[in-house]
Design a binder for this molecule. Sequence first.
Ligand code: FAD
Length: 465
Amino acid sequence: MTSTAEPALESLRAHLSGTVLTAGDPGYDAARSVWNGEIDRRPAVVVRPAGAADVAAALAYAREAALDVSVRGGGHNFGGAAVVAGGLCLDLSSLDAISVDPAARTARCGGGVTWARLDAATQEHALAVPGGTVSHTGVGGLTLGGGFGWLTGKHGLSCDNLLSAEVVTADGEVLRASADEHPDLFWALRGGGGNFGVVTEFEFRLHPVGPLVHLGLFFWGLEDGAAALRQAREVLGTLPAEMGVLVAGLNAPPAPFVPAEHHFRPGYALLIAGFAGEEQHAGAVRTARSGPAPLFEFVSPIPYVELQRMLDDAAPWGILGYEKAVYADGFSDEVIEVIADFLPRKASPMSIMPIFALRGAFTEVDDAATAFGGPRRPGLVVNLAALAAEPAPFAVDRAWVREFWTALAPFAANPGGYVNFMAEYEEDRVRTSYGPEKYARLARIKARYDPRNVFHHNANIPPAK
Ligand code: FAD
């Protein structure tokens, strides 16, 4: 059967240097798959562009054919924002070029690159862009929404280290956004998500990191929950702000550094990453050990790229996933009580509660300098993630996340939460996340660069009227 869209599709194919895939084409199923195994959407067309001109042509085609548009970076948004049923998916995995200028300490990468690839390229020069904590996530979505990771305390968010971006707007215009060119767009891209256009290239500032860094991992059982969290509070209060800190509620992995009797045991991990000398790290390790005795610990220098992929298997591609998050000002007694009450109730051994510490360089960036919504003061992002291979425990833990979140919300610094940790985009939460002033400014910028709200499969900010 020939659809009316086919002649136009043939013309699109002819105009593109990249690839066009429809159902039945080899590669179509891989291109429409995303990290969350719960998402199974069938776009009418997938376009893998070869560059900005292809993106513009695809957007023009979508407009003519009245197709909804989604943009796929690394495909890690929990809600599957990267794929749209019956629409056009711009799969940026084809935009994977990376170039590093070690002398200028800058790196450029395509809009579909993953952190694993960017880290590998920058670490050849012992340099890094502050990224996330799981290396198979995309640079695109993570940076545009903010980007927390091991280097947040030392060098700020991923978006704080963005120098410029090549952007294709909804009307197919190719712009460069930086402090000097389209500064309003540049401001919006640093935290405002995928609302403003398709970023075909990111340019980042690089920092000397590694190649070896210092890891300290301490694990306590559930029975020590409240004491372990109080110890984490103590450590956070004394550790130099440039050290990376992650507190996680999780089951111990069957890793070589975990004694066999503790494999899969639920509990709490405190992870510290030192980027300075051994002495500083030894001091931090002493502080971490000063409280209740952990069940096991792992203290060792490791390559920075290993640190970056240490949690990869905790959240593997294809798992069923659901998440919610809150910002908290710290481990108050109330927050500790809620966590110690709820964590033991998870059903799936894979469900995880990573808590990111916001300190140091993150807090030194002026709140008005970027669109990023979270409060720029010391605090925590408490992420609650239901992860399971099977639907039954997944359903139980999805409900667990919602109840857990509801119990934490009264103690939240910003109940809207982080836009990159939203499996469902509730408009009021997106609005709350940015606050009224930033939200209104973002809506005005949206009206300028995407007045028809073409890019709405995201933490959407509708254009101001
Ligand atoms: P996608 O699903 O491809 O995209 C997400 C959104 O961004 C979509 O709306 C998409 O349209 C838009 N987008 C992506 N690329 C572009 C582009 N080039 N141009 C325009 N729009 C684009 N976040 C953290 O801050 N720190 C972490 O440590 C962290 N760890 C995570 C670990 C896992 C396992 C997962 C699943 C998520 C994690 N996140 C983390 C959240 C992560 O930041 C978001 O899921 C983010 O959306 C991932 O980006 P992506 O490009 O992979 O996703």
